[in-house]
Ligand binder design. Structure first.
Ligand SMILES: Nc1ncnc2c1ncn2[C@@H]1O[C@H](COP(=O)(O)OP(=O)(O)OP(=O)(O)O)[C@@H](O)[C@H]1O
Ligand SMILES: CC(=O)C(=O)O
Ligand SMILES: [K+]
Ligand SMILES: [Mg+2]
Length: 579
């Protein structure tokens, strides 16, 4: 993403406010001018009114009065390559998140992932050193700066969960059925065979003889046969691999023994990691094991005291309690991750597909982006091609129109990180094209998000704009947006045409990276909205994103001052790319 070279746009507040006693009226004025259709909602600071205009115009592709370097918006290299390949239909709507690990962390590997369509680089703070994370974040930002990519950075907190820290081997070790193991928190010198060290004192609190100890959601299982003070002697009942850091859960009579109560969602280490993320300028913080909205609000409050409100907070749905408080968590957060790995540790696997569908649907309704994570292409950690079942799983997430898909071990430690990314990208494009042809985008009506008139106006404009765009078969939707709200509202409707979100706020651009179908474009915007529209169309024509005769829909939530009326304008315009 090219750096901002300056902001010519006034920082004027545009909240339409029905709370200050302004009266609002709606006027529809058809057919003024020629070649341009404008539906605008104007707000006048003094004499309040809402006004809908319908006009027509053609945007001539005349030379701009700005120099080419000034004119260039920050359009990212990966999207530009997608466009050059197949035009607007080649532009992927589903966003891709890659977990960065030792297998893909060199600048060259990161560049190949960025070129392959990585929209967000995720750093899991469970693993590796802070210095390592710092070097990856800086490498990603350097790529953005120097190679014109637009990759956002997410850190993912470790959280407080019971897991193994030592199991007597450098990597994985197999537990055979019938073998006896000691699970302990005591320190021991060197390696002790058949001994596993757990990370938390009190990991065995409340656990009884006869309970089942499950490793990493079912990789291996044990029966607790004896308690020796706080240690547990267990017999392996289901053989399997013990991986470093594998999570431990306990089950009794087929139900999870939920003993994480009392452990804070964000540990003292997490808070240090969060401050590290703030100082490195990350774009997203994903909160592991979020229990309720308070967890999210606590982090948001912390971010605002550090003047870091622009960092978006994602809640990870990966424990029983998060499912019980799902709606309040979605409302409080800026996005959601369906973390199917840990979710599968806490609930029976056969419930996960239904939960994924439910969470995805609630996120759409409440206008929050949702990431589907874990084991999408698990076999590609070792093999160069995915299984049919994995491709079917990915395709289903794309069909559900989740905002983003995530690679975990496939990119972090896998042998085929770039290939796995390319499988996600290709499968996304394929299902998206099929869904457009099949008319699957005609989803059930979305509920109203708000009863406040000011917010309802934006919502109605976006709903109508998408309906118009779909019905007219426009080539693209352009939105001019300060904080990304209108772009998100357009995306929520999952339009057929792609959305290009022009903003002068780099943080807004990076945040929009997670929204379905939105390509953020950061650049200079002007006080004169007509000039913004013309410049953006010229720019998009110059990079061959739109061509002569294409019809584009233009939506704006930026204030535009009309000299005649001094009115603030929100608008929908239909513009034809002219000669
Ligand atoms: N920064 C890293 N350094 C080393 N290994 C990593 C790193 N990030 C991820 N991994 C490896 O990739 C695997 C999958 O990554 P993932 O982020 O899904 O982690 P996880 O340990 O399963 O925990 P979580 O539930 O937080 O996702 C991890 O188990 C770990 O082996
Ligand atoms: C991503 C993650 O944290 C999980 O699947 O558990
Ligand atoms: K984590
Ligand atoms: Mg997890």
């Amino acid at each position: 993403m090219a750096a901002l070279t300056g902001c010519h746009f006034p920082r004027r507040q545009i909240s339409p406010g029905n709370s200050n006693g302004r009266s609002l009226t709606t006027v529809v004025r058809p057919g003024v001018g020629h070649g341009r259709s404008v539906v605008s909602v104007r707000r006048r600071p003094v004499r309040s009114s809402l006004q809908l205009d319908v006009e027509k115009s053609t945007v001539p592709l005349a030379p701009s009065d700005r120099s080419p370097s000034e004119e260039r918006f920050g359009f990212d290299a990966a999207s530009e390559a997608e466009l050059k390949g197949k035009g607007l239909t080649g532009l992927r709507r589903t966003k891709l998140v890659c977990t960065i690990g030792p297998a893909c962390c060199s600048p060259e590997q990161l560049e190949r992932l960025a070129a392959g369509g990585m929209n967000v680089a995720r750093l899991n703070m469970c693993h590796n050193s802070r210095e390592w994370h710092r070097s990856v974040i800086r490498a990603v930002k350097k790529l953005n700066r120097e190679k014109r990519f637009c990759v956002s950075v997410m850190i993912d907190t470790e959280g407080s969960q019971v897991h193994m820290v030592d199991h007597g081997a450098a990597s994985s070790i197999k537990a055979e059925e019938g073998s006896m193991w000691l699970f302990t928190t005591q320190n021991f010198e060197g390696t002790r065979p058949f001994t596993v060290k757990a990370n938390h004192e009190g990991f065995s609190e409340g656990i009884m003889v006869g309970d089942e100890l499950v490793v990493e959601g079912g990789m291996a299982s044990f029966e607790v046969v004896e308690r020796i003070e706080d240690d547990l002697r267990c017999r392996c009942t289901d053989s399997g691999l013990l991986l470093p850091h594998a999570k431990l859960s306990f089950w009794r009579a087929g139900k999870l023994v939920d003993r994480s109560v009392g452990l804070p969602t964000l540990s003292s280490k997490d808070w240090v990691d969060i401050d590290f993320g703030i100082s490195e300028g990350v774009d997203f913080i994903a909160v592991s094991y979020a229990k309720n909205s308070e967890d999210i609000k606590a982090l948001k409050t912390h971010l605002s005291t550090r003047s870091a409100e622009s960092i978006r907070v994602l809640a990870k749905i990966e424990r029983l309690e998060s499912l019980e408080n799902l709606e309040e968590i979605v409302e409080a957060s800026d996005g959601i991750m369906v973390a199917r790995g840990d979710l599968g540790v806490q609930i029976p696997l056969d419930q996960i597909p239904a939960i994924q569908k439910q969470v995805t649907s609630i996120c759409r309704q409440l206008n929050k982006p949702v990431i589907i994570a874990s084991q999408l292409l698990e076999s590609m950690i070792e093999y160069p091609t995915p299984t049919r079942a994995e491709v079917a799983d990915v395709s289903e997430a794309v069909r559900q129109q989740a905002d983003a898909l995530m690679l975990s071990g496939e990119s972090a430690v896998g042998l085929y990180a770039e290939k796995a990314l390319s499988v996600l990208s290709t499968a996304s494009l394929c299902i998206e094209a099929w869904a457009r042809e099949d008319g699957l985008r005609n989803l059930p009506p979305l509920p109203r998000l708000t009863s406040y008139l000011s917010d309802s106006i934006a919502e109605e404009i976006c709903n109508s704009a998408v309906e118009m765009g779909n019905n007219l078969g426009v080539a693209a939707i352009f939105v001019f947006t300060k904080h990304g709200h209108m772009a998100a509202l357009l995306s929520r409707n999952r339009p057929g045409p792609p959305i290009f979100a022009f903003t002068d706020d780099a943080n807004t651009g990076m945040g929009l990276n997670l929204h379905w179908g939105v390509t953020p474009i950061v650049g200079n915007l002007f006080e004169d909205m007509e000039r913004n529209v013309k410049e953006s169309i010229r720019f998009m024509a110059a990079i061959a994103a739109v061509k002569l005769g294409d019809v584009v829909l233009v939506v704006s939530d930026l204030s535009s001052v009309s000299p005649a009326t001094s009115a603030f304008t929100q608008s929908i315009q239909v513009r034809t790319v002219g000669q």
